[in-house]
Design a protein around this ligand. Structure first.
Ligand code: MG
Ligand code: MG
Length: 261
């Protein structure tokens, strides 16, 4: 088991650059995502945008993953394949993006509603995003990994939602997935201590129904066991004293979404 790579201030700034490239890529997706677009077109757009900005798509060829984005529809949780499927109103689309810039990785995910979605899906989206915020609030020096997971799990389960346990957040740096693992469940005060220099991706994957998931035989796609929808939001954050430094941002995405309203 490899150990945690603690980052210097300079390295954290490089991870911020790659994370912001990911955030801007997701904003490009926000501009065009609508009924009728094929999810493979979103993948192409992301790959082009990342390369045009001197980055490399982090997911492409990662352990053989064949695309630049993970696009997970409705009951798919994560790691879905972009395809010729055309989005329709009511779809819930989780888009996960990673980029490498100057040898450092950034990782962020956002879940988009296509047209009008059900009230249950709206609540799922809101609560999952709140889980991310609450988890990030615990990503500070002096607390432990279990405090992050506890905050996420407690909030999701309070709303009757299922927390995915099989997949977890992770350290980010010169590799996409570094130590430590960052589960979306846990006990307060448990797990490794959070210290300055740690950079982690916090990424709640929350199901409208049961927590259980199914792994597809394409080797990648993960979906809910009960067929109910799932949402996924992710930020790359640096552990700090008092308040986490969020290296990715949803502000570009949300500006675009507000203009589209
Ligand atoms: Mg991700
Ligand atoms: Mg991640």
């Amino acid at each position: 088991m490899s150990k945690i790579n603690y980052k210097s201030v300079e390295e954290i700034e490089l991870i911020r650059e790659s994370s912001l490239l990911v955030s801007k890529t997701l904003a490009e997706i926000a501009k065009v995502i609508k009924p009728g677009i094929k999810t493979i077109e979103l993948n192409k757009l992301a790959e082009t945008f990342i390369r045009d900005h001197k980055g490399v798509p982090a997911f492409l060829n990662y352990n053989g993953f064949p695309y630049s984005l993970c696009i997970s529809l409705n009951n798919q949780v994560v790691h879905g394949f972009p395809s010729n499927y055309e989005l329709v109103p009511g779809d819930l689309v989780s888009v996960d993006c990673g980029a490498v810039l100057h040898k450092y990785y950034g990782d962020s995910a956002y879940t988009f509603a296509i047209g009008e979605v059900s009230d249950q899906v709206k609540t799922l989206m809101r609560v999952t995003k709140e889980c991310l915020v609450l988890g990030i609030e615990k990503a500070v020096v002096g607390l432990r990994i279990g405090d992050i997971g506890y905050a996420v799990q407690e909030h999701a389960e309070k709303h009757g939602f299922g927390v995915v346990k099989e997949l977890v957040g992770h350290g980010v740096g010169v590799r996409l997935h570094e130590k430590p693992e960052v589960p979306n469940y846990g006990k307060r005060g448990s797990g490794i201590k959070l210290e300055e220099g740690m950079v982690i991706a916090i990424e709640p994957m929350i199901n409208a129904g049961r927590a259980g998931v199914r792994f597809w035989d394409d080797g990648w796609t993960v979906s809910t066991i009960d067929g109910k929808p799932s949402a996924h939001y992710e930020h790359t954050v640096a552990i700090n004293k008092g308040k986490a430094d969020i290296l990715s941002t949803f502000s570009y995405i949300e500006e675009v979404l507000k203009e589209k309203e």
